[in-house]
Ligand binder design. Structure first.
Ligand code: ADP
Ligand code: ZN
Length: 518
């Protein structure tokens, strides 16, 4: 796997780079030298003749050459200080390797750079303001390492751990966070808590989770929670009373702005705790440690938090991103089958949104998925989180493309509500909602029959219900009009086509209803 070493000028990229590459057995590439070789001129000359923008475009094409060249497939690349200021380049680097930012304190940088000789940017810019300007870009990385606080060996050790199981990064500027997926990743909680330096830690969970995982104390490491709040399990308790319990527990334990909450449970615990964190003292930080498949692949990533109201699910809420997400696949071993399948519906949804290779993965891995084979789970959760992250990065607050994630949810919610949120799980309702969406897509000519059959077969194979007519009643449709995504008499409806070719169209209620009928 490629490693990209980023960081401001003077952070140690070119001194540490070759040494780290040797230790890791990787070829070393210095991006500035690469640009100089391609241009036949020095960086200084390029800056003088073509300005910073000329240099950046040369740098961008150098990155493209490196990413597309096989000999550099496993290289360690020392970037330039400003390479990551280009949004496209930065996000490509994040996806195609491990991007590490070396970030010593400002004072150390100032001392090292002295009068800025051979640093063309410092001829016109002040280091402090340059760093301030790039701060958010530098935060979008797999890890930030302080090269003054850490010695070479510690940095090497950190890199080795990152390369063994790299986290997925949700790149949102200063709200950037990482999602760790794997068996045993709960052991990383201690390190994450040290990094976050909270003043106090409140653990929120539910009675099922705690009964299965009583010995959880070990994974928290040296850092014991200051208190543990055990909520009643299930959607019926996803209400304001539960949120109040989270607020009260935190305040009774002297919460301040540096308090951390840890949501350890399924989507219900995650959404409630996230909302309580978003509103407590106008916002404290929280960590997600999901224990259901649904929460791992869907609700723990993306920052939607909230609770249910008598008039509908999730009607009250806020966007509040977690500080990190730890998806420990071991937790799935005690998850009841029905809950597991409920999560699979969201997996199918995500993979269909993502594209052909993700759908093919599901089709090929069917048996392993049913048996909860650890390596299949790992890949399935990673692929789902990666899709979610791509969508959230493009549209954090659901002004556009994030609507795609509602695939199957419009009719799904109506069916779920019609059944009084009992009898059908959320995932089962979403699966039925996807069948409805498939019918509407076919009716409108967006999807053809063969593709439709492929999606239905996939859901059947994973044990999800697809017999829509059995569950839709005349009572289903009034719930459609109370959908929170409604605008007037029409609704933004997500229409699946081929894998990766889903679209959103405004549809009138009666069009939806007409095409849903067989
Ligand atoms: P979701 O994640 O699907 O939104 P919930 O948070 O309501 O749903 O969790 C579904 C049910 O599974 C709840 O009863 C919860 O207590 C239980 N649960 C959550 N995680 C586990 C687990 N790892 N093992 C066993 N039961 C679990
Ligand atoms: Zn859902």
């Amino acid at each position: 796997m490629r490693v990209f070493l980023s960081g401001p000028m003077g952070s140690g990229k070119s001194t540490l780079g070759p040494w780290l590459a040797r230790q890791l057995g990787k070829p070393f590439v210095d991006l500035d030298l690469f640009v100089e070789q391609q241009a036949g001129r020095s960086v200084q000359e390029i800056f003088t003749e073509e300005g910073e923008s000329g240099f950046r475009s040369r740098e961008q094409s150098a990155v493209s050459s490196i990413l597309s060249s096989t000999p550099y497939g496993d290289a360690l690349v020392a970037l330039g200080g400003g390479t990551i200021t280009n949004d496209d380049v930065r996000r490509r680097l994040l996806r195609e390797g491990v991007l590490v930012t070396l970030m010593p304190p400002l004072s150390a940088l100032q001392q090292r750079l002295g009068n800025g000789e051979n640093r063309p940017l410092l001829a016109t810019r002040n280091l402090e303001s340059l760093l301030q300007e790039r701060r958010d870009d530098y935060l979008e990385c797999h890890a930030q390492l302080d090269t003054v606080a850490m010695d070479r060996q510690a940095i090497l050790q950190n890199l080795r751990e990152l390369l063994a199981t790299p986290p997925l990064v949700v790149p949102l500027g200063r709200r950037t966070y990482r999602v760790h997926v794997g068996s045993g990743v709960r052991a990383r909680l201690g390190g994450e808590l040290d990094r976050l330096q909270g003043s106090s830690l409140g653990l929120v969970t539910d009675s099922n989770v705690i009964s299965h995982w009583k010995d959880f104390v070990t994974p928290v490491g040296d850092r014991q929670p200051d208190y543990t709040l055990v909520l009643e399990p299930g959607e019926a308790h996803k209400n304001l009373q539960s949120v109040e319990r989270v607020w009260n527990a935190a305040l009774e334990h002297g919460a301040d702005r540096q308090t951390l909450l840890l949501a350890w449970g399924g989507g219900v615990v995650g959404d409630l705790t996230g909302f309580a964190a978003a509103t407590l003292l106008r916002g404290v930080r929280f960590v997600q440690m999901p224990t259901t498949l649904l929460a791992m692949v869907d609700s723990s990533v993306g920052g939607k938090t909230g609770f249910d109201h008598d008039r509908g699910k999730n009607l009250i809420g806020a966007f509040h991103q977690p500080e990190c997400v730890l998806c420990d696949l071991d937790f799935l071993s005690t998850l009841p089958d029905r809950e597991y399948r409920s999560g699979l519906a969201e997996v199918v949804k995500s993979m269909w949104l993502s594209g052909a290779s993700d759908v093919a993965f599901l089709e090929d891995a069917m048996a392993g998925i049913r048996q909860r084979d650890p390596s299949v789970l790992q890949e399935m959760v990673c692929r789902s989180v990666a899709l979610k992250s791509r969508i959230v990065e493009a549209d954090e607050r659901e002004a556009g493309s994030r609507r795609l994630l509602n695939l199957g949810h419009t009719v799904g919610h109506a069916i779920e509500a019609d059944h009084g949120f009992q009898g059908l799980s959320h995932g089962e309702s979403v699966a039925l909602g996807m069948v409805a969406a498939v019918r509407i897509s076919c009716g409108l000519g967006v999807m053809d029959r063969f593709v439709a059959d492929r999606l239905i077969t996939l859901m059947n194979g994973l044990g999800l219900p697809t017999d829509l007519d059995r569950y839709v009643t005349s009572g289903t449709w009034p719930f459609l009009t109370s959908d929170k995504k409604r605008e007037g008499s029409s609704i933004h409806f997500v229409l699946p086509g081929q894998p990766g070719e889903t679209q959103v169209q405004r549809l009138e209620m009666d069009v939806i209803r007409k095409h849903c009928a067989t």
